[in-house]
Ligand binder design. Sequence first.
Ligand SMILES: NC(=O)c1ccc[n+]([C@@H]2O[C@H](COP(=O)([O-])OP(=O)(O)OC[C@H]3O[C@@H](n4cnc5c(N)ncnc54)[C@H](OP(=O)(O)O)[C@@H]3O)[C@@H](O)[C@H]2O)c1
Length: 247
Amino acid sequence: MNNKPQALVIGASGGIGEAFINELLNGGQYSQVHAVSRSVPKQPIESVKYHIINEQNEQNIQACCQELAQTQIAFSTVICCIGTLHDKNQTGRAIQPEKRLEDINAAQLQHYFHVNTILPALWLKALEPIVKGQHLAKVVFLSARVGSISDNQLGGWYGYRASKAALNMLLKTAQIELQRRAKNVCLVSYHPGTVDTALSKPFQNNVRPEKLFTAQFTAQQLLSQLDDLHAQNGPYYLDWQGKTIPW
Ligand SMILES: NC(=O)c1ccc[n+]([C@@H]2O[C@H](COP(=O)([O-])OP(=O)(O)OC[C@H]3O[C@@H](n4cnc5c(N)ncnc54)[C@H](OP(=O)(O)O)[C@@H]3O)[C@@H](O)[C@H]2O)c1
C-alpha cells in the first residue's frame, strides 16, 4: 500500500470541483490529486490524474473505483461535487426549480433525484474499497442547506430540496453502517454557501455581493475544516463557516 495521502474530486469540471482541485494542489499535502469528470477539462492540469467517465452509471462508477482499488492508493480525501439545479434532461426538456406545486412533474423530479441523490449514492457504495483502511478518510458530498428539512422556511425548489435531503439521509444511514465495517471513514454533507458558478448564475440577483462567494473561497473553507473532523463523530452536516446545519 502506498501510504502517501491522495485526493479524489468527483464532478471535477464544475465551478466548485475545479476550485477544489486547485486548492488541493496548492496545499501540497497530497502526493497525487485525481479527478473524475464526464469530459476532459478545457485546461487540464498536467499534475492531475484524470479519469473520464462519459456516462455516469453504476457499471462505470464501479469500474472506475475498482481500477483505483487495484493501484492500492490510500485516499484520505474524496470530494463529490456532482449536483444540478437547472439543466436539460436526457430528452432535452428544460429543468428549472419549481416555484409552486403546479410546477412539479415526474421527469423533472427524476432528473433531480438521478443527479443529486442516485449518482452520489452509487459513488458512496463504490468508494468503500479505496477509502477503507488504517488511515482516516474524509468523504465529502456537496449537498446544500436547502436539503435541511428542519431549516426549510422558504419553500419552493421541491426537486432540488428533496433530492439533497435524500442525499443527506443516505449519508446518515451509510455512516451508521461504516462505523461497523469501515471505522476510519468520516462522511460529510457540505453546504458551500452561494457560490458564483454556472449552477447559481440564474439565481444570483437577490444575493448580496458579500454573500456570493468565489469557488476558491468555499474550497479553502472546507479544506481548512477537514483536520477537525473525526470518523466517530460523523456524519457531519456543515456549512462554509464550519457551522453545523440541523438535519
Ligand atoms: N453553486 C452554489 O451556489 C451551490 C450552493 C449549494 C450547493 N451547491 C452544490 O455544489 C455542487 C457543485 O456545484 P457547482 O456550483 O460547482 O455547479 P456546476 O458548476 O454546475 O457543477 C456541477 C457538477 O455536477 C456534475 N454533474 C452535473 N450533471 C451531471 C450528470 N447528469 N451526471 C454526472 N455529473 C453531473 C458535473 O460534473 P462533470 O465534471 O462530470 O461535468 C459538475 O462537476 C453541487 O452538488 C451543488 O448542488 C452549489
